[in-house]
Design a protein around this ligand. Structure first.
Ligand code: GLN
Length: 196
């Protein structure tokens, strides 16, 4: 299988490494292509949207034509994993902060996202959480993390912290508020490979 990692900005190398570990653990032959420009998404069996800075990512993805390609791919059932800023991009709607900076989201997932829901960079934290279908006690790293605050009927909630949803799935779209690529535990990436 060929997985495209959007490589404009953010935790690209970390996702590549986690995917390679997960390929080995699942006994799957997989390859990865880094995507910075249009023309590559349609050849991929799945797409990873890393965390980083969603305003930068959104602007460049629309400018480069990648945003439209991802929307088309998801429409034809190609699995997508979005982490942290990647979750922000996948959402149909954002909070006031998204409107204020006129952020253009991909609008793929039927959720409302709140950026920086847990506070500023200084408020970053790690917490052990149980993720439905993935496993219990996952070491989840939250860095200026967003959260899902509303969701439609087609969205399965996989993990929450209080009122905030921090992991959710809608069909072939998997979105996480935290960074599974920053820990040695590859269960999330293995789960994604199983989805593909
Ligand atoms: N707060 C960032 C944003 O909204 C996301 C941070 C991250 O991906 N670690 O773009």
């Amino acid at each position: 299988m060929l997985i495209g990692v959007i490589a404009i900005q953010g935790n690209v190398a970390e996702h590549v490494y986690a995917l390679e570990c997960a390929f080995a653990e699942r006994g799957v032959h997989g390859e990865i292509v880094l995507i910075k420009h249009e023309g590559l998404v349609s050849g991929c069996d799945a797409i990873v949207l890393p965390g980083g800075e969603s305003t930068t990512l959104a602007r460049l993805m629309w400018e480069e034509g990648i945003a439209v390609e991802i929307k088309d791919a998801v429409g034809s059932g190609v699995p997508v994993l979005g982490t942290c800023a990647g979750l922000v991009l996948l959402a149909k709607r954002g909070d006031g902060e998204v409107a204020r900076v006129k952020q253009r989201l991909l609008g793929i997932m039927d959720v409302v996202v709140k950026r920086n829901a847990f506070g500023r960079q200084y408020d970053s934290f790690e917490m052990s959480i149980d993720i439905l279908g993935v496993g219990d006690g996952f070491p989840a790293v939250f860095i200026r993390a967003p959260a899902i605050v509303q969701w439609g009927d087609g969205v399965d909630v996989l993990a929450r912290i209080g009122d905030y949803v921090v992991a959710a799935q809608q069909g072939s779209v998997l979105a996480l508020a935290f960074h599974p690529e920053m820990v040695p535990d590859t269960r999330v990436h293995q789960y994604f490979i199983d989805m593909i």
